[in-house]
Design a protein around this ligand. Structure first.
Ligand SMILES: Nc1ncnc2c1ncn2[C@@H]1O[C@H](COP(=O)(O)OP(=O)(O)O)[C@@H](O)[C@H]1O
Ligand SMILES: [Mg+2]
Length: 227
């Protein structure tokens, strides 16, 4: 039985800036199993976002092999990457990235519009997801009528509504105060307990402690903390 959802083998990412060459990821290996809650912890500039972009199929590595859900993604073109990304990954960002003119319900519904689901079904599913993140009473609020923590809940509902295999979060509490950040971590715990696979990128040690695995990133290399 193969419960492995993600496998990176000797992944390297090198950026060229004129004559300069910078290797940001240097032959890294990473395996994630279904139901894992992994934190990738490292200081600013350590390559976290570069790694997230590769994990999330937003960018391809310079070399190495990357397998996501039985697809070998390191060699794919942009169109194929986009289709795998839409199916497999639910993104959560530091700055929420909700559409300001749409209310919470419409923001969560949007990924289902792109999938061509009938309106009634879309509305139902989006509502269920917003109930799940504790926002049943805020369906018609626009982002500027919600607190930061509530906006991040909407973003999490939007990420989850399509049923992705991995929830991929880049500094999800980075724009929130400590108490609100803890509430978002509580929600991640609930999702993890339901069997969701979560990869969370953070520079914050305390936030990383919420995960069940902590992988450190430093100088282009990964090392796993034994818990
Ligand atoms: N597109 C790019 N072109 C050139 N250099 C880049 C690019 N993206 C990131 N870098 C460099 O890679 C290093 C790591 O960046 P990043 O992955 O954003 O780190 P983190 O998210 O941990 O702060 C930095 O030195 C940055 O300047
Ligand atoms: Mg970053």
């Amino acid at each position: 039985m193969n419960r492995q959802i993600l496998k990176m083998d000797q992944i390297t990412k090198t950026f060229h800036m004129g004559e300069e060459e910078q290797t940001v990821l240097n032959h890294i290996n990473l395996t994630v199993n279904i139901g894992d809650f992994v934190a990738i912890l490292g200081p600013s500039g350590s390559g976290k976002t570069t790694l997230m972009n590769i994990v999330g199929c937003l960018d391809t590595p310079t070399s190495g092999q990357y397998i996501l859900s039985n697809h070998q993604v390191d060699t794919l073109d942009e169109a194929k990457l986009a289709s795998i990304r839409n199916k497999e990954i639910g993104f959560v960002f530091q700055q929420f990235q909700l559409l300001p003119r749409l209310n919470a319900w419409q923001n969560v519904e949007l990924p289902l519009v792109y999938r061509g689901l009938p309106e009634k079904l879309r509305k139902e599913r989006a509502k269920e997801m917003l109930q799940k993140v504790g926002l049943a009473d805020k369906l018609r609020n626009r982002p500027n009528q919600l607190s930061g923590g509530q906006q991040q809940r909407v973003a999490i509902a939007r990420a989850m509504v399509t049923g992705p295999t991995i929830l991929l979060a880049d500094e999800p509490t980075g724009a929130l105060d400590q108490k609100t950040g803890q509430q978002i971590m509580k929600l991640f715990h609930e999702l993890h307990n339901e069997g969701k696979t979560i990869i969370m990128i953070t520079h914050d040690k305390e936030i990383a402690q919420h995960a069940s695995r902590i992988v450190h990133i430093l100088d282009g290399q990964l090392s796993e903390e034994c818990v």
